[in-house]
Design a protein around this ligand. Sequence first.
Ligand code: F6R
Length: 366
Amino acid sequence: EKEGYDHFMLKEIHEQPRAFRNTMTGRIDEKGKKVIFEGLSLTSEQLMQIDKIFIVACGTAYHAGLVGKYVIEDLARIPVEVDVASEFRYRRPIVTEKTLVIVVSQSGETADTLAALREARRLGAKVLAITNVVGSSIARDADDVIATMAGPEIAVASTKAYTSQLVAFYLLGIYLAQVRETIEEGERISLIEALEKLPEQAEEVLSYSENIRTFADSIKDHKSLFYIGRGIDYAVALEGSLKLKEISYIHSEAYPAGELKHGTLALIEENIPVIALATQDELYEKMISNIKEVTARGAHVLGIALAGDTELHKSTDEVISVPSTVSLFTPALSVIPLQLLSYYTSLALGNDVDKPRNLAKSVTVE
Ligand code: F6R
């Protein structure tokens, strides 16, 4: 079933272009260049009324939610709060009939996410589930479902489910913007065109991402490393860091790059590996100066940049570039080298890549 790949994780990483295509299929009206969600029970009137969105999930799905916040706030201009399900369910979140709660779950069976969904409904909110399993408990209990079409995910470390959740958020962000008329037609058309290019761009990233192997070999004996980024890159840094922890068992932390000098910089010492994401044009100059702060202290830096970047090469040891797209869409591409980095590091350490210690694929108990 691994279709020639050594591990499910590697197979699933390579399935991402297809998962993107399948998640978009039937949801884009080619003529009008609009997003369509057939069978959605939430009416346009209800969507107009929403004054607040909560995105609630665990682990990697929570990280997808962090990207979702940027997307929805930027495109639809609705305030979004992202919460870990095990926190949301035990506090007194301010939820009303005008709140939309979006739960995100690959398996659709995560106990905390399911309990958060039920609590949100009890409080009167509408709940929309983004899930990979349409027959799951979460899909059944939600008012509406956007299915990610990633196909079964076997490896414990989530890859294609995460990026398919991102695609679902891109579609949803455009949809909400369409309904609430917060973006111009021209912008919508270019967003949809950019979205439709993502599968082939992901293929392109996969075709050269093996280069990450050398960096993986160089970090395998380290005790600790850092991922830094700003804006949406920070959300990707968190996911990259989690992926590494799960399967390589190496400690890592993700930091918003601007926060370094408020404490973490004290941990930057000679040769410590730092993975720096610099894909956001508007934050680029700031990122370059943050990178210089760590290289000045001897860090060994891998940069993730957009194709055509020239600056980053000067201030980092290695650069992996990803094709240019709309800045909100870069996470779907920039996370791929990070997934491969954790895969190859785990492999180099001789760990059980698909079944890391202490973890289960589906967390159905609290
Ligand atoms: C990380 C990972 C976990 C899950 C989390 C939520 O690679 O797989 O962090 O993302 O347990 O699971 P789902 O999405 O099934 O609710």
